[in-house]
Structures are given as C-alpha cells and as structure tokens.
Design a protein around this ligand. Structure first.
Ligand code: SIN
Length: 235
C-alpha cells in the first residue's frame, strides 16, 4: 500500500472512519511509543505493513544539535530499504503504539505534534493493524482478524534536510552515543524505544542491534546508558 501525504482531506478520512467513536487514531513508532505526552482515550500495540523503521533521520532539535546531529527513527517503504540493504533486509511488521484521541482534541493534539515533529516529519495516513483483542496479551504476533483502521503517522522522508540515511549499525551507535539535544541524551531515545517494543512483545532487529551496539559502546566508554540532562518535554 502506498502512503498518501496527509492533507486536510485525509485527516478528515481518518476521522470519519472512526466517527462511531468520535475519535482519531495516531500511530507512534519512535519517541511516541514511550513518551506520547498528549491526552488520549486509550492506547494499544498496533502495527503497520510495508514500511521499515530505521535510525536514518537526523535530529538537530531534540536528540542532537545542528553542529552534532543525533539519530532518530523514521519509516521507509520496504522496497527502498531492500534496495539499500539487499540480502540483510528482513521485512516484517513495524510495531508501535496506537493512540485514540477525542473528537474535540485533534486540532490541539495535532498542532502540538506538528510542532514536536517539525524537524522533517510529515503526516501520512496509513493502515493500522491491531492484534485481536482476546489474543493481544498472549502474543503480538497473532494474525490480524479485523480490517485495518486508518491512522495518522509522522514520517520523515529522504527529502527533508535533516535526513541522514543509511549507515552501519556501529556507525549509527557511535553517532548516537555522542549526541544530545534539548530533549536529552540520544542513547536514552534508543534504550526507551527498545524497552517499549520489548514490553509489547515486538521484535525489531534493526532497533535491537543498535541498542546492543550502543550498550556495548556505553560500557566500554563508561558512559551511563541512562545519562540524562535537564530537558523540555519532547521527542
Ligand atoms: C514517532 O514516534 O512516531 C515519530 C518519530 C519520533 O518522534 O521519534
């Protein structure tokens, strides 16, 4: 399925599809997994298909600085990642957290998120898949049994100026280890995301391999993985 840039009309589409509940779904796959920082009615593990999460987006406003960008995640179509990574690429569902927000909230919530994700992210409307509720506790790997639900997702395309693109796992871990920005240390982003995915029972080889390389780097350099600094709420 090819994504559509979410203009005002697709926001309406997502909204109308949920009009029974008078709500709108937002899907987070990065910092929004572990720090949504917006009011929501409920949240559930969910996944999207056809995209891969990669630490290929530069962060100059949250987890890095313009002179020393950090790295955060974005989504790329599987075909693009396959082209770059070749045989190393393992396609799979991209797990994250879906948040349902109230009808009266979208403007306020989306304005806040647009501001937070202003460093290169655009809104797309994508299909969200929820594991069947009855089985969700047992395993998130169940086949979806219900039709997908439209949801809004923030995606940074390779066209944005902060985009960094592919680098080896070690190079990414090295860059992240040395980066921090107004929202805090870049390693915290990786460790919290990996923790959040594990908590929902999701597997993401890319995230977990960077987490492992980063943990090793931090232990070699004596850097605390939890290193934090006073920060403003953000990504
Ligand atoms: C997301 O979490 O869904 C977008 C990327 C980020 O803010 O880390």
């Amino acid at each position: 399925m090819s994504p559509r840039r979410a203009a005002a009309d697709s926001v309406t589409t997502a909204f109308e599809a949920n009009s029974e509940e008078e709500s709108l779904w937002i899907f987070g796959y990065g910092s929004l997994v572990w720090r949504p920082a917006f009011d929501h009615l409920e949240s559930h593990p969910a996944y999207i298909k056809g995209f891969a999460r990669r630490f290929w987006q530069g962060s100059m406003d949250h987890r890095g600085l313009p002179e020393r960008p950090g790295r955060v995640v974005t989504l790329l179509p599987n075909a693009s990642v396959q082209e770059i990574e070749g045989a190393d690429f393992e396609p799979g569902p991209c797990w994250g957290t879906a948040y349902r927000i109230l009808r009266s909230d979208p403007d306020r919530v989306l304005a806040g998120l647009d501001h937070r994700e202003r460093g290169g992210y655009d809104r797309l409307e994508l299909d969200l898949y929820f594991p069947e509720a009855a089985d969700a506790d047992a395993s998130v790997s169940n086949q979806e049994k219900a039709p997908p639900t439209p949801g809004l997702v923030y995606v940074a395309s390779p066209a944005n100026r902060a985009y960094l693109g592919f680098a080896s796992v070690d190079a990414i871990a090295h860059q992240i280890a040395g980066a921090r920005g107004p929202s805090g240390a870049n390693p915290e982003y990786v460790f919290e995301l990996a923790k959040g995915l594990r908590k929902m029972g999701a597997v993401d080889p890319h995230v977990f391999s960077i987490e492992e390389a980063l943990a090793e780097h931090c232990s070699l350099t004596g850097q605390s993985p939890e290193q934090k600094q006073k920060r403003r709420p953000g990504a």
